[in-house]
Write a protein that binds this ligand. Structure first.
Ligand SMILES: *[C@@H]1O[C@H](CO)[C@@H](O)[C@H](O)[C@H]1NC(C)=O
Ligand SMILES: *[C@@H]1O[C@H](CO)[C@@H](O)[C@H](O)[C@H]1NC(C)=O
Ligand SMILES: *[C@@H]1O[C@H](CO)[C@@H](O)[C@H](O)[C@H]1NC(C)=O
Length: 341
């Protein structure tokens, strides 16, 4: 695995110890083993990464490290699955083309996918409790179309990149990052940011809405070492995904809507970006994640095993739902209508 310098990382991340690594594209498929187990097709298309035990149904008792034979993540003890919705471009003639993901900065030559972060407390001292086998959670709401300004909405944002990762300034969600899809062409693509809750009830590995067993700090933020609420007293690592969407190939002004609006829509039918969401199914081997958090590893993490990005790229699974997703489509997969409110 190629390690980039901490000085270089400072350009993309706040000054804090954190794991940051790529999980290349495992598959793009209309499955959702967290929200819609057993459904193939599920309501909307996802891009999924991580261990190849990924399945239409994933019982929490499934031991992902032993059921997987490979992972698309560069930390090779991580057989978790991570996924988000997929972005589409809508041309003036009303047809849709899937926007591919691409390798994030310093993580080339990853075959797109998701950049995953696990962040220990910002004081570099206090402990977090790593997730237990069977743990899963969701952040965001695919049906949301408005800026609600609640704790969860503040965790989901977009960065409009200049060419070659230009325009990096400040932590994700600050500066000129927006909670809606950027309303102008982004020469270097769009980075979607998704922060998960950092407090756990200490009991439930999941909950009916996949959210109630976790919570955001009761005051302040994870970054300001804000306390967890009494209902969810256990501090867990901050899980954060970045997805680099290669929108740059769709920036021809003659193909953008004539009314000045932006042309990108999520596979959910969300034309705003407020419906951005992300899913997590924990699957690290043994106590590897706990060791990495206790060690306050900063990108480089000698206590963990890793594999080359090229090897990670080779871990893929077959699509379970066979439908066109990559040609110019007259409707989104699942025929989800595009909505703006
Ligand atoms: C925590 O560690 C990081 C990385 O080693 C360092 O940049 C940062 O200044 C430290 N923060 C504190 C509060 O000591
Ligand atoms: C997925 O689930 C099916 C049905 O339970 C099972 O037959 C198959 O082996 C599973 N695939 C993987 C990769 O675990
Ligand atoms: C719709 O527009 C796209 C982008 O210009 C073009 O590639 C595609 O062929 C068009 N499809 C039809 C049916 O005109």
């Amino acid at each position: 695995m190629q390690w980039f310098s901490v000085a270089a990382l400072a350009l993309v991340a706040p000054a804090n110890a954190m794991l940051r690594f790529s999980c290349s594209e495992l598959v793009v498929d209309r499955i959702d083993p967290l929200v819609n187990p057993g459904q193939a097709p599920s309501p909307h298309l996802h891009q999924l990464v991580g261990g190849n035990a990924l399945n239409i149904t994933m019982n929490p008792s499934l031991d992902l490290p032993t059921q997987s034979t490979c992972t698309s993540c560069t930390f090779s003890e991580d057989f978790s699955n991570y996924w988000t919705a997929v972005l589409y471009f809508r041309a003036r003639n009303g047809t849709y083309k899937r926007v591919p993901t691409f390798a994030n900065q310093f993580l080339e030559p990853a075959n797109g996918g998701i950049t995953v972060y696990y962040i220990p407390p910002y004081d570099n001292r206090s402990k977090v409790t790593a997730f237990k086998k069977g743990f899963r959670m969701l952040v965001g709401d695919p049906m949301k179309r408005k800026n609600m300004n609640d704790a969860e909405s503040r965790q989901l944002s977009f960065r409009c990149w200049e060419k070659n990762f230009g325009g990096e300034q400040g932590a994700p969600g600050t500066g000129s990052d927006t909670r809606y899809l950027p309303n102008k062409p982004c020469p270097g693509g769009i980075r979607a940011n998704h922060f998960f809750p950092t407090c756990w009830d200490g009991k439930n590995l999941d909950s009916p809405d996949h959210k109630s067993h976790v919570a955001f700090p009761s005051s302040g933020t994870f970054e300001s070492n804000g306390p967890c609420p009494a209902s969810h007293p256990v501090k867990i690592p901050q899980v954060f995904y970045e997805v680099a969407w290669d929108t740059s190939q769709f920036n021809d002004p003659n193909e953008w809507p004539e009314d000045g609006s932006q042309p990108f829509v999520f596979s959910t039918g969300d034309g705003t970006g407020y419906g951005s969401h992300a899913d997590y199914v924990f699957g690290w081997q043994g106590d590897a994640l706990q060791r990495a958090m206790d060690a306050f590893c900063n990108v480089y993490c000698p206590t963990l095993k890793s594999q080359s990005t090229q090897t990670a790229n080779q871990c893929t699974v077959k699509r379970r739902v066979n439908e066109p997703i990559d040609q110019w489509l007259t409707e989104l997969p699942g025929d989800n209508p595009v909505t703006y409110s």
